[in-house]
Design a protein around this ligand. Structure first.
Ligand SMILES: NC(=O)c1ccc[n+]([C@@H]2O[C@H](COP(=O)([O-])OP(=O)(O)OC[C@H]3O[C@@H](n4cnc5c(N)ncnc54)[C@H](O)[C@@H]3O)[C@@H](O)[C@H]2O)c1
Length: 440
């Protein structure tokens, strides 16, 4: 059993803390956002993540998971300190390390014995060494000398299936130069280690690079199929069949070959930009990633154009938008393509009736720039009511089986823009719709 503190109780920190507690560890989750900690103490889960409430409730009731606002006490009382704070994009595309630095300095200010500091936030190569320096600086201000090690342990969970991903990872990556820290980390992940989850030990920089390379590769794969989809539209090919056949090649694999409105979310956009920035900083341009970033922006713009062309102009028309979150099963709208697409449509004079099963609260402020042109609907059919067209932007399961007869009766014109390709053209056309997918 390890005694762990998780600094930052967001999507990654809360899932990691709860699951590490479920592995039998004693975990304290701490956050500077006091309202978040107050809610967690009352048993409320501040994010929408399937299955998370059960793990949090179970481990909190069992006394293995606690929440606090007292960063200093949480650092002093435990030996393994995970940093899971946000690393949002800075203006120049690099990762903003402000929160990581603050967490590291908080550790240095109160360090009281040997600790392992684990970077779980996604941070550019070289940040582990900086964390070491920041802690040393604070120790020297205090005139204190305590030993500690910094480990990079990047997180690969996906929002929407975070609990399953954390408890059944494809691999665990531990980057460290210290044998003592590596031994501590094996104890932290003991239950997964015993289950023979691939456990990859590397140096600090290599572990940091693995995370960025993984996310960048997936972003490239998505963008690749999006560009193939765009060409399919021009030459009369069907990208669904292309992707199915492509994915059967064992060297390629079927995942991340789903064409759509472009990747979004809290990771791919910022991590590709940060990695490209690192490449430029070191004089090694990552041209594939740079191209991917541009192509992804064009893909979102292309969706606006697709709707505009399909409707013969959107000015003065109302469009029902189903799905706002960047993917299903999350309430997260960070860099969701929906934001760019909704803003693009409104800029061309459209009015929107929007609905999302989990994202409505977040949408109210993420879409505030175009608030005056939006009606926040009560459900999917309320959104469709009286609209001139229907656009599906996120593939929530409940949108896969819409009552198309009812939808058609509610719409002014039977136009369906299926930006996630969740319907078959033939079945939708049979119901009397004009169908617009991606790459078909
Ligand atoms: N969200 C994902 O799917 C995902 C997946 C893998 C990796 N990551 C990476 O994990 C990191 C965290 O991402 P997230 O989505 O959980 O972010 P988040 O914004 O949901 O959570 C970060 C939390 O850290 C807290 N915080 C900030 N500074 C603090 C400090 N000094 N002390 C204590 N708490 C502090 C914030 O209040 C917030 O609650 C990022 O680097 C991200 O790139 C995210």
């Amino acid at each position: 059993m390890s005694r762990i503190t998780v600094i930052g109780t967001g999507y990654v920190g809360l899932v990691s803390g709860a699951c590490l507690a479920d592995f039998g560890n004693q975990v304290t989750c701490v956050d500077v956002d006091v309202s978040k900690i107050d809610r967690l103490k009352k048993g409320e889960i501040p994010i929408f993540e399937p299955g998370l409430d059960e793990v949090v409730t179970r481990t909190a009731k069992g006394g293995r998971l606690t929440f606090t606002k007292d960063v200093g006490a949480a650092i002093r009382e435990n030996e393994v300190l995970f940093i899971a704070v946000g690393t949002p994009p800075a203006e120049d595309g690099s990762a903003d390390l402000r929160h990581v630095e603050e967490a590291a300095r908080s550790i240095g200010r109160v360090l009281n014995g040997y600790k392992v500091v684990v970077d779980k936030s996604t941070v550019p190569v070289g940040t582990g060494r900086k964390v070491h320096q920041w802690i040393l600086q604070e120790l020297s201000v205090r005139g204190a000398a305590h030993s500690f090690d910094v480990v990079s342990n990047p997180e690969f969970l996906r929002e929407g299936s975070a609990v399953q991903d954390f408890t059944h990872p494809d691999r665990i990556v531990i980057g460290s130069d210290s044998a003592q820290a590596r031994a501590v980390m094996k104890e932290v992940y003991r239950s997964l280690f015993l289950n023979e989850t691939p456990y990859i030990e590397t140096g600090l920089e290599t572990a940091e690079m693995i995370k960025y390379a993984s996310n960048a590769f997936l972003a490239v794969k998505i963008t690749f199929i999006n560009e193939v989809a765009n060409l399919c539209e021009k030459v009369g090919a069907n990208v669904q069949d292309v992707a199915r056949a492509l994915g059967r090649d064992g060297r390629i694999g079927p995942k991340f070959l789903h064409p759509g409105p472009g990747y979004g979310g809290s990771c791919f956009p910022k991590d590709t930009r940060a990695m490209a920035r690192t490449g430029r900083d070191f004089g090694e341009p990552l041209s594939v990633i740079e191209t991917t970033i541009g192509a992804n922006e064009r893909q979102k713009a292309r969706m606006v154009q697709k709707i505009e062309e399909g409707m013969g102009g959107v000015s003065g028309k109302t469009i029902a938008i189903l799905g706002l979150t960047f993917k299903p099963n999350t309430d997260d709208m960070r860099e969701a393509p929906s934001v760019t697409i909704c803003e693009g449509l409104v800029a061309k004079g459209a009015r929107l009736r929007v609905w999302d099963p989990a994202g409505m609260k977040e949408a109210e402020w993420r879409l505030k720039a175009i608030r005056a042109s939006i009606c926040f609907a009560a459900d999917e059919y309320d959104a469709i009511q009286g609209a001139d067209a229907l656009a599906i932007l996120t593939e929530w399961n409940q949108f896969r089986n819409l009552d198309l007869e009812k939808a058609k009766a509610l719409l002014k014109a039977p136009l369906l823009f299926d930006l996630r390709n969740i319907y078959r053209r033939s079945e939708v056309q049979e119901k009397g719709f004009m169908y617009f997918g991606v790459g078909q």
